[in-house]
Structure formats: structure tokens, C-alpha cells
Design a protein around this ligand. Sequence first.
Ligand code: ADP
Ligand code: MG
Length: 260
Amino acid sequence: MTDRHLVEVSDATVVYDRDPVLVHADLAVSPGDFVGIVGPSGSGKTTLLRVVLGAVRPAAGTVTRARRVRVGYVPQVETVNWSFPITVGECVLMARAGGRWAPWSTPSERSEVADVLDRLGIAGLEHRHIRALSGGQQQRVFIARALLNRPQLLLMDEPTSGVDVRTRHDILHLLSDLNADGLAVVVTTHDLNGIAAHLPHLVCLNREVIAQGPPEEVLTADVLERTYGAPMDVLEHGGMPVVVDRMSASNVIRLRRRAQ
Ligand code: ADP
Ligand code: MG
């Protein structure tokens, strides 16, 4: 591993029960990187993210971390228990209590929470219940929690699943701004056109890394078919790749013909 990597996963294989869910995976993240991991459901995206985090240990291969690297993790919102009676401030402060809920906080902690909420555009929401927030606000609270300990690397699992287009734009901009400020970011997404095509570096995953590189290079019909197991076409719009499902493209043509 070179000194400049924050985390380097090399030839990692992860086995749950007996089935390998990730095989020979390589992923290196350096300061300033903005990486998207794409692939179908069950392809190992969350698992790879958790390998980078250190929460899942590969059965084979190595994970090397820069000394004292701090990594923030934002889980997929669907995995959060929203009925838990907790306020925004308490939720963010869980980053300090080792992930446990603590009913107390110091004035300096409260001021750090206020600062990070302000940075994320949700200032003043400390006392609101997390359940009472919009999907976009909830995402920001969880990003705030991940940022409280000032990580150099932010890992975010499916930040835009289940949010509307406007919120998706806002989250993508927010992550771009954080990245421009020097934070390395790795996101998983199944949104090829709304998210992945806008990122500088993609990893196409289907149990193994099918390809990685800039979207113009990896978003090809061949790589996508091997990643998703279904035929797809790649068009170009304003210099950016746009992925279309070949079935739906041919259906549109068929329906248009029928309408004529
Ligand atoms: P993705 O995030 O791409 O949907 P995951 O990494 O969550 O994929 O899962 C990859 C595979 O591993 C899936 O088949 C899933 O069912 C399985 N899996 C994930 N977590 C566990 C676990 N804790 N125990 C057993 N199998 C798991
Ligand atoms: Mg997942």
C-alpha cells in the first residue's frame, strides 16, 4: 500500500454462512476521492462498504488502513429504527457515545452538534424527534452524526434510495461540497443515471469487481451486462453517459409503432 491511501482493500473475499458474497475485491481510497459502488441488489455493495469500514472481516485478502484514519459511516435509512424515541441532537451525539444513546451532553458537545447541523443546512433542529423529519432531513442528520468525529473518509450506503428527485439532487450536491472540502467519499447506489454517472470514479460490482474507473470508461453495454446480468444500452446526453434498459427501450419503440 502506498502512503497516500486512506484504506486499501486487496483481493478480499467475504463469506457469510458458506456462500462467498464478495470475491477477490480490490478497492483503494485516497484523500479527495469520490467513489461510487454500483451493482444489483445482493451484489455485495453494503458488504464491501463494511469491509472498508472494518465492520466485516474478509475470510481472505487484506485491508490496510492509514494510521489513525477516521472513517464515518452512514447506514441505509431503511435499516434505521424510526420508532426509537430520540431527538436529532441525541442521534448526532451517538457518534461520541460509541453508538449508544446517552441522555447527557456537555455544552461543548452541544455546540459541536449545532455547528455540524448548521454545516448541513439543518440548523436548529436539535430538539426535533428524528421520526418527525423529512427523508432528506433524516439523511442529513445521519451524515451529521458521521461527520461529528471529523472523519477523513465518509462511507454512505444508498443515500438516495426512497427519496424524491429534489432530495437526491440536494444530497449529491452536499456530498460534492464535502468532497470539495477535502473529505474522501464512498457511496453505494443503484441509481446509475441520477448518481453514478455524475461521480468521478465507479466500481461496478457483482460479487466481484467487474470494472472500475471513470463513468465514461466503465458505463459500457458490456460491463453493465456483466454487472446486472441484463442487456442495457448506453446513450450520450450532453457529454454524459445515460444508461437505458434495453427491454424498456425496445418496448418504447414497439409502443410508438403501435400508436402510429
Ligand atoms: P447489496 O448491498 O449489494 O444489496 P449485500 O452486501 O447487502 O448486497 O449482500 C450481499 C449478499 O450477502 C446477499 O446475498 C445477502 O443476502 C448476503 N448477506 C448480507 N449480509 C448478510 C449476513 N449478515 N448474513 C448472511 N448473509 C448476508
Ligand atoms: Mg446494500
